[in-house]
Ligand binder design. Structure first.
Ligand code: 3HC
Length: 336
């Protein structure tokens, strides 16, 4: 079901037969030449199995991040401080759901069904971004997620618009436009709070203090400890390394924090004239890996909420399938 470009079986093992082809040196050379010329690979093109697997791995992680990312902010829809803020938040959370759908569709063009990917997520095997395993404790967290989390996501995703795999690159163009709106609404919400009471200002600072380091970890492990980066960059899937994106994000965010009137919780954060970048302190990588491996503060809660939502929605999927079957039967009857 759900497949957009060609039919993919949901039975494990079966779908691979449809997409596997022999890895001959000529095909490999043609593929390498296209990558070297900065060309695009499309679903109907031959591609090495390792390229396909890398893309499915990254797109699956990305799609799940969008879907699980709806949960921490979704918690605040019923508690938004005004109708305007509620309407903005509902639209934003809905956008994230849409991003997940574009990405599941992009992965389907590689021969992996949405059901397979969701099974991976729900069984705890598939990864999603570490950032969504932290709690949203006050209303300022919603603004900070927009400003910093979506800001970090944009920094990572703008280069993905030039990814060598066409469907992923094209999905990213729209995702980045929407993420840019998300980032601005978050920043604007915080600007309003920073013009408010002392209590509101303290809420913003508290939220920034809690999210800052987690956002820096979002970019993934340091380049030297990133097992997938070198090959991902060789294939033009990733265009900028984890550390370079992290540095760009820090350099862009420091002046924004100044305008907002908050401090960033890092005593080692300072401009380095020689490097032309900000130096920054040590990220807690053991906490990052604990969270990635399922032991963050909210991993279990996020997964159980997600599984419950999926199970509760079974009747919608069944109704859609029944409707599609009925329509198909009607068309066959009319054509006969
Ligand atoms: N959270 C969870 N897992 C992470 C992670 C993070 N922040 N950063 C890295 N990892 C995982 C990787 O997925 C990889 O796992 P695997 O080998 O088991 O698949 C492992 O840690 C090693 O990391 P690498 O640096 O070698 O992995 P990659 O080369 O794939 O780079 C990445 C990691 C930069 C996250 C890359 O996958 C990427 O750019 N992904 C697409 C963007 C994305 O996933 N964004 C999610 C952010 S949130 C979001 O988009 C939602 C928005 O609404 C805010």
């Amino acid at each position: 079901m759900y497949t957009q470009s060609f039919s993919v079986s949901d039975e494990p093992g079966k779908q691979q037969k449809a997409v596997l082809s022999t890895e001959s040196p000529e095909l490999m050379a043609r593929f390498d030449a296209r990558i070297d010329a900065d060309g695009r690979i499309e679903p109907q093109d031959w591609m090495p199995e390792a390229y396909r697997k890398t893309l499915v791995r990254q797109i699956s992680q990305h799609a799940h991040s969008e879907i699980v990312g709806m949960l921490p902010e979704g918690n605040w829809i019923s508690r938004a401080p005004s109708l305007k803020r509620k309407a903005i938040l509902i639209a934003k959370v809905q956008d994230e759901g849409g991003h997940g759908l574009y990405l599941y569709s992009a992965a389907e063009t590689l021969g992996t069904s949405r059901d397979q990917m969701l099974d991976g997520l729900h069984s705890g095997k598939a990864k999603y971004s570490s950032i969504f395993n932290y709690p949203t404790l006050n209303w300022a967290d919603v603004g900070v997620i927009g400003w910093l989390v979506d800001g970090a996501a944009i920094m990572n995703q703008v280069p993905l618009c030039r990814c060598s795999y066409g469907p992923y690159a094209r999905a990213m163009v729209r995702v980045c436009k929407e993420e840019s709106f998300h980032q601005r609404q978050g920043y604007e919400g915080l600007l309003v709070m920073m013009q408010g009471t002392e209590e509101q200002k303290a809420m913003v600072q508290d939220a920034v203090n809690r999210w800052w380091w987690k956002c820096l970890a979002m970019f993934g492990p340091p380049d030297a400890d990133s097992p997938n980066s070198a090959q991902g960059m060789r294939w033009g899937i990733k265009r900028v390394s984890n550390d370079d994106l992290r540095q760009k994000f820090i350099d862009a965010t420091v002046p924004q924090a100044k305008v907002l009137g908050v401090t960033l919780p890092d005593p080692d954060l300072k401009w380095n004239e020689e490097r032309g970048h900000h130096d920054y302190g040590q990220i807690d990588w053991s906490e990052f890996w604990d969270t990635v491996n399922g032991n963050g503060p909210c991993n279990k809660e996020r997964l159980s909420t997600r599984v419950k939502a999926h199970n509760d929605g079974a009747w919608v999927r069944e109704a859609a399938i029944a409707h599609a079957r009925k329509q198909q039967q009607r068309q066959i009857k009319e054509a006969a």
